[in-house]
Design a binder for this molecule. Structure first.
Ligand SMILES: [Zn+2]
Length: 183
């Protein structure tokens, strides 16, 4: 009887471990879901920081090195649009914010010399960090965005917002254009 019990228990343990691994795999998969963009928005001191993470598919339509002049143009357009923080994001006027900088990273542009390696990857992301400087950051109530307007393939934005007033998770479905700040 005792050995049988033990084997049943180890079965249960294996099952739980299996489910946990599945959960981890799904959580990781969620990070790269075509049509979904992740935003991390944080107010710290006089800084409004926005981190954008998107599958290249959602902002470009393909996830490999460009092969034609038209595709290269698409890449240039996409990069220019994503770097335009002052157009992409509008903190509400109460915050008196000024766009300062955008930093962009992508497997597509980071290693131009390893085309063949990049092409073997199944998926590529683009990450952009935006920084706004705000004279009255604590008065910010909303942050509007143009992501749906500028990138037709984006369907949903999963956002995490952290301000001195608290943290929240917000999901914007096309065409919702405004995140709530201020807890
Ligand atoms: Zn992908």
């Amino acid at each position: 009887m005792i050995p049988k019990k033990n084997s049943r228990r180890s079965h249960a343990v294996a099952l739980v471990a299996g489910l946990m691994m599945l959960g981890a795999a799904q959580a990781h998969g969620d990070k790269h879901e075509h049509g979904v963009v992740h935003l991390d928005v944080a107010i710290e001191g006089d800084t409004l920081a926005i981190q954008l993470e998107s599958p290249l598919d959602s902002v470009l339509g393909f996830e490999r090195q460009p092969r034609t002049p038209a595709e290269r143009q698409s890449v240039e357009r996409m990069l220019a649009t994503l770097r335009g923080g002052a157009v992409l994001f509008t903190p509400d006027a109460r915050g008196q914010c000024r766009f300062e900088a955008a930093q962009l990273e992508s497997g597509l542009i980071a290693k131009p010399s390893t085309d063949s390696a990049a092409n073997k990857l199944e998926h590529l992301d683009v990450d952009v960090s935006y920084r706004f400087r705000c004279a009255a950051a604590t008065d910010l109530k909303t942050l509007s965005h143009q992501l749906f307007a500028l990138f037709p393939r984006i369907q949903r934005i999963d956002a995490q917002v952290a301000t001195p007033k608290g943290q929240s998770r917000q999901v914007l479905q096309r065409p919702a254009a405004t995140l709530t700040l201020g807890g």
